[in-house]
Ligand binder design. Structure first.
Ligand SMILES: [Zn+2]
Length: 243
């Protein structure tokens, strides 16, 4: 108890000290942050345009995948519009890992599905990951896991089942439309990992994670590959969705 209190005091002291040297501001509205705020201010957070995709199985997010690979549920936290686009930008390009985990946790809390076994972040090109230092989908997945474990303690992140093929094989294609059509070519399922999962004799429920849902082409490619390789159930979660 005392240890927890000390930890909290130290954390608050460190934040005040950081505020003194570095101007911390809201990534959405640029207002200076209070010491108890982190990444996003209380006002912007209270006005975040939630998508409510979790409240039905026929939301616009679910419909994105109708007629494609069979997806059980698509959950997105907020609508990708206005100043709230900065949240994704900050996590993706500014190394705001803490914000990614925090929003991931909020997303995990609204995921109604309790039977998720594996969280599968959409893999990043190896070269991109090396340059960025992290995969933003994996960061969001870490936050989701924190929330999901309260519902299902056995849930885990699986980053080795789905792989991104070599950077050059997809990027050398010059035509954009061609690249879109060949988005499936960008990924592969690790056969060893797939075999390991098949040996468990249960049907795993995968939750594929991405930062933003736009056309759904990448997520559909990942889902189709998984469904072809392993008998499984598939759901999808993204931080934001283009309305
Ligand atoms: Zn703000």
């Amino acid at each position: 108890m005392l240890k927890e209190r000390l930890k909290k005091d130290l954390l608050s002291w460190a934040r005040s000290l950081a505020d003194f040297f570095i101007r911390r501001e809201c990534v959405c509205c640029s207002r200076p942050l209070e010491s108890f705020e982190s990444g996003i201010c209380t006002i912007c957070l209270s006005e975040i345009p939630l998508s409510y995709t979790w409240s039905s199985n026929t939301s616009f997010a679910d419909k994105t995948f109708w007629g494609r690979c069979q997806i059980e549920k698509v959950t997105c936290l907020f609508l990708y519009k206005g100043k709230y686009r900065n949240l994704v930008y900050s996590i993706k390009y500014k190394g705001n890992i803490r914000l990614g985990i925090r929003l991931g946790k909020m997303l995990g809390e609204v995921i109604a599905e309790e039977s998720i076994d594996y969280i599968i972040p959409v893999p990043l090109h190896r070269r991109k990951k090396r340059k960025r230092g992290y995969n933003q989908s994996e960061i969001i997945g870490r936050g989701i896991l924190q929330a999901l474990r309260k519902k299902n303690p056995a849930a885990k992140i699986e980053t080795r089942l789905l792989e991104r093929k070599d950077f050059t094989t997809t990027q050398t294609r010059k035509d954009r439309a061609d690249r879109w059509l060949n988005v499936r070519d960008a990924f592969r399922v690790n056969p060893e990992k797939a075999l390991q999962l098949a040996e468990n004799n249960t049907i795993p429920h995968f939750l594929i994670i991405d930062d933003v849902l736009t056309t759904g082409a990448t997520l559909d490619a990942c889902a189709s590959l998984l469904a072809e390789s392993i008998k499984c159930r598939i759901s999808i979660a993204t931080l934001a969705a283009v309305p």
